[in-house]
Design a protein around this ligand. Structure first.
Ligand SMILES: Cc1cc2nc3c(=O)[nH]c(=O)nc-3n(C[C@H](O)[C@H](O)[C@H](O)COP(=O)(O)OP(=O)(O)OC[C@H]3O[C@@H](n4cnc5c(N)ncnc54)[C@H](O)[C@@H]3O)c2cc1C
Length: 463
């Protein structure tokens, strides 16, 4: 047996690397295994960060081309340098992954390079060397779910990874799956000039979203030129020199039709990734979706073996993985790490952004809760008008008896930033009145949050 550690974390995504850093802060001797050439996992390398870089660049283009004239700023000859845009995205990724490497050095986290297996409880093997570990945390993340009959080559038929690397703007991009990843990447390429069609099996986009917000979102995306084919399934794909021909059928069954695309993005969801770890051999319990089964303290059924992030149940989000990384490190240090799953924001980084936290109105109805709704549109917000970004609204749901905030759903400019205010309110068990009586700077988009909170009690001031 080679070197031994108090803790070995497998996977250096936002769950794993944050867990390793927090453990090191708490005096735990920790190593983190990563098989990718760079740290940061899906999020930093091929997920959150590169997608947000392209969203930002493409939004600049869209704004310059279509919105600046309205502000009296005239720009002629606006063009895209796609190679530069992709290179910039690469630079952003590189700065971020190097940042994690720096943090590992600073905190004395040992990076074990290579693919890990768990030959036995308390052991981790990497590239022919076996290390002893008092505790092991599995943070191996997730992978794209493949679609039978639609074989990915990352050129004509791509996952999100290939969708971040297209060398030219496709004439027609068909996105299979109306979740947030498909809509974000669809937005990028639509802004850059592609015709975009989103094919979704269900009757709505991002089905977990509050229905009212979802409907508005569909309208806004439609206005931007993103076409949607709901209640439709893709049953096959045929590749040719001039593109891909998809076969579509109504989800409920019926006559098939074809749809031609230059590029197809398969974005039907992600599934836990634990391949090659040897979990079956040591008897680790997995659920019916291949996720590692854990208790409330992230412990698996094998003593000393824990799991976090996309590899376990819950929303597949980087910040959820990070919180779990911190919690499990604290638990292993004898502290009381905890994650409040009622207050995890979810954001779609299109423009306008869509952000939500807590329960939706449908969830409240389903559990028979008594609640009040407060809504405020950005058309009535002075700052949104000044910016020229008046699409959308803030919706706050509060308990009818206690006024406690149960959820908030925002579609509008900077919704992903605005939602943080509600996250803090919910963490502190705030009532809608607490938010409403908090002084908000004027003129700010946040005033719409205050007004929606006032509207919960029927006393919004500016509408
Ligand atoms: C296109 C896209 C955009 C996204 N945008 C957002 C967003 O805006 N906001 C958000 O919150 N989330 C976003 N996500 C989701 C987010 O990336 C994931 O929820 C997050 O990365 C999960 O973190 P994790 O640490 O659990 O796993 P991962 O980030 O997947 O990291 C797991 C790591 O483990 C490594 N690994 C796996 N097996 C082994 C092994 N046996 N040995 C060694 N290493 C191993 C992998 O190489 C990987 O680097 C996005 C995802 C995609 C694909």
């Amino acid at each position: 047996m080679s070197e031994s550690f108090d803790l070995i974390v497998i996977g250096a995504g936002p769950g794993g690397y944050v867990c390793a850093i927090r453990a090191a802060q708490l005096g735990i001797k920790v190593a983190c295994v990563e098989k990718r050439a760079t740290l940061g996992g899906t999020c930093l390398n091929v997920g959150c960060i590169p997608s947000k870089a392209l969203l930002h660049s493409s939004e600049h283009y869209e704004e310059t081309k279509h919105k600046l004239a309205d502000h009296g700023v005239l720009v002629e000859g606006v063009k895209i340098d796609l190679a530069r845009m992709l290179a910039r995205k690469g630079e952003v990724v590189s700065a971020n992954v190097k940042g994690v490497e720096f943090l590992f050095k600073k905190n004395k986290v040992t990076w074990l390079k290579g693919e890990a297996t768990i030959p036995a409880p308390g052991q981790v093997a990497v590239e022919g060397t076996t290390y002893a570990a008092k505790n092991i945390v599995i943070a191996t993340g997730s992978e794209s779910i493949p679609l039978p009959g639609v074989e990915v080559d990352e050129k004509q038929i791509v996952t999100s990874t290939g969708g971040l690397e297209l060398e030219k703007v496709p004439g027609h991009l068909v996105v299979i799956g109306g979740g947030y990843i498909g809509l974000e990447l669809g937005s990028v390429w639509r802004r850059l000039g592609a015709e975009v069609t989103v094919v979704e099996f269900l009757d709505r986009l991002v089905p977990t979203m509050d229905t009212e917000v979802g409907k508005q979102f569909e309208r806004v995306l439609g206005k931007q030129g993103i076409k949607t084919k709901l209640k439709t399934k893709v049953t096959g794909a045929k590749k040719g020199k001039d593109g891909v021909t998809l076969t579509l059928e109504p989800a409920a069954g019926g006559a098939a039709e074809t749809l031609k695309a230059d590029v197809v993005l398969v974005a039907i969801g992600r599934r836990a990734y634990t391949a090659g770890l040897g979990l079956k051999e040591i008897g680790v319990a997995l659920d019916d979706r291949g996720r590692v089964v854990t208790d409330g303290h992230y412990a698996t059924n094998i003593p000393g073996l824990y799991a976090i992030g996309d590899a376990i149940v819950g929303p597949m989000l980087a910040h959820k993985a990070e919180e779990e990384g911190v919690a499990v490190a604290e638990i292993l240090a004898g502290q009381h790490g905890h994650v409040n799953y009622n207050a995890i924001p979810g954001v779609v980084y299109t423009w306008p952004e869509v952000a939500s936290i807590g329960e939706t109105e449908e969830q409240l109805k389903a559990r028979g809760a008594s609640y009040n709704v407060g809504k405020f549109p950005f058309t009535a917000n002075a700052r949104a008008r000044a910016m020229g970004d008046t699409d959308g609204f803030v919706k706050i749901l509060a308990d009818k008896t206690t006024d406690r905030v149960l959820g908030a759903h925002i579609i509008g400019a900077d919704a992903g930033t605005l939602i943080a205010e509600i996250a803090i309110a919910m963490e502190f068990g705030a009532s809608a009145e607490d938010v409403a009586r908090t002084c908000h700077a004027h003129p700010s988009l946040n005033e719409s949050v205050k007004e929606a909170a006032l509207a919960v009690a029927g006393r919004a001031l500016h509408i």
